[in-house]
Design a protein around this ligand. Sequence first.
Ligand code: C5P
Length: 227
Amino acid sequence: MKYTVLLPAAGSGKRMGAGQNKLFLELRNIPILIHTLRVFERDPNCERIVLAVKKEEKAFIEQLLKEHCITKVSDIAEGGEERQHSVYAALKVSSSKGIILVHDAARPFIHQQVIQQLVEKANTSGAAVAAVRAKDTMKKVENGIIQETVDRESLWIIQTPQAFRYTILEKAERLAEKDNFLGTDEAMLVERLGERVHIVESTYDNVKMTTSEDLLYGEAILNKREQ
Ligand code: C5P
């Protein structure tokens, strides 16, 4: 099943504290952004990649694409203030009307099998997101005091990719913009429409490179995969 992927890459990565876009940091001498792009470049079902980038980083990113022989990037949108705005900007420049995958450029370790399951689920049901079960005991806390222990069985940690039929994602983004609603992921916007969003079980190594410890973890994941 074919799909288009939107990759928001216009963050500043403040929590990484690298003083530059964290996607340019390297794991095994290759920028994180290129690791993520390669997953989709290699997937024969991925028809095109649409990037959202900062205006001032566009030329550098275009150069990286050339250097690393990434050929599937069909469009590059200008990213927005928040991640959600970057995703919507990418959706607007994309000409695809089929299955759309949204994936954080900062998650380079997503497995092909999970991508395919998401695409198939979105095709049959409209919306599906990658998720893993919560491993720890989860509690709701207010002002430093535990209010309740939440039943872990029903808790999932949501990742990207998140896959949607184009019409659903487009409507969700349009209404969120109209209502000035800011969500932390695309599923939240789709949930507002009353649509069902399905879960596809993903893997714990699909980490988002967020803080400097994640880089060590990222190197370890690459080492393990090469064994
Ligand atoms: O900051 P965080 O890692 O949670 O961002 C997730 C993804 O969204 C990253 O790939 C980042 O580059 C992207 N992003 C974006 N536009 C923003 C903020 C984040 O494209 N305004």
